[in-house]
Design a binder for this molecule. Structure first.
Ligand code: SF4
Length: 219
């Protein structure tokens, strides 16, 4: 499933292909263009074979081309949606140029389209350079999963292939992204993290000048 909406509780049952989503006015529309990711988070649904086989966000036919994504979008009017969210069942910026290409084509048709990126914040490590200028004019919001208050805990949770440097790279990515994107948010999940750790994450956000969003815990 490449383009979908989320109903109620986030999870397999809550994902609806855009074709089955009815009236999309006022809804968030999610775009899933890759399952690739440099992390292997302990909580990620990608980790279990069962989910890989059964989850509709697993791109069984491989990654869709830009044209294939645009062909789906051509069937819908995005003028009245709330927000377009690149998130995927993987890291969207693994396909940086393709994601930019899709957004540029959509912005040509819908200049006021609001676009958000949900990311692990490791794109500069993935591409070996600062890619945040590419976000300018394309994304209104960049939401980065912070997950942990320090580098060791971050690595233990995400098992990033880039190792211990990943946490500092994420923070640097957030502060660079701020130069190009109006709204940069770091997120943590309530209940999985103690109040003390959430407070430490809040301090990190204050230092970086970005917003902390505490996301509700989903069973
Ligand atoms: S960063 Fe996201 S997609 Fe990648 S392993 Fe972690 S939870 Fe899964």
């Amino acid at each position: 499933m490449v383009i979908y909406t989320v109903t109620g509780k986030v999870g397999q049952a809550g994902y609806l292909d855009i074709a089955n989503s009815g009236d999309i006015s006022g809804k968030n529309i999610y775009v899933n263009m890759t399952n690739r990711c440099p992390c292997s988070c302990v909580f990620c649904l990608r980790q279990t074979k069962k989910m890989r086989e059964g989850n509709t966000l697993w791109l069984k036919g491989g990654e869709p081309s830009v044209n294939a994504v645009m062909e789906i979008f051509d069937r819908y009017d995005l003028n009245r949606i709330n927000e377009l969210v690149f998130c995927g069942y993987g890291e969207p910026l693994e396909r940086l140029q393709d994601v930019c290409n899709v957004i540029d084509q959509l912005h040509a048709k819908y200049p006021n389209l609001k676009v958000r990126l949900n990311t692990n914040g490791l794109a500069n490590l993935i591409h070996g350079k600062d890619i945040t200028p590419e976000l300018e004019g394309r994304f209104d919001t960049v939401s980065i999963s912070l997950n942990a208050p320090n580098a060791e805990e971050f690595l233990a949770l995400t098992r990033s292939k880039f190792g211990i440097q990943s946490f500092d790279a994420l923070k640097k990515f957030a502060s660079l992204a701020k130069r190009h994107v109006p709204n940069v948010v770091l997120t943590v999940v309530e209940k999985v993290m103690s109040d003390e750790k959430i407070e430490l994450c809040r301090q990190i956000c204050t230092e970086l000048g970005v917003t902390l969003r505490v996301r509700p815990f989903e069973e």
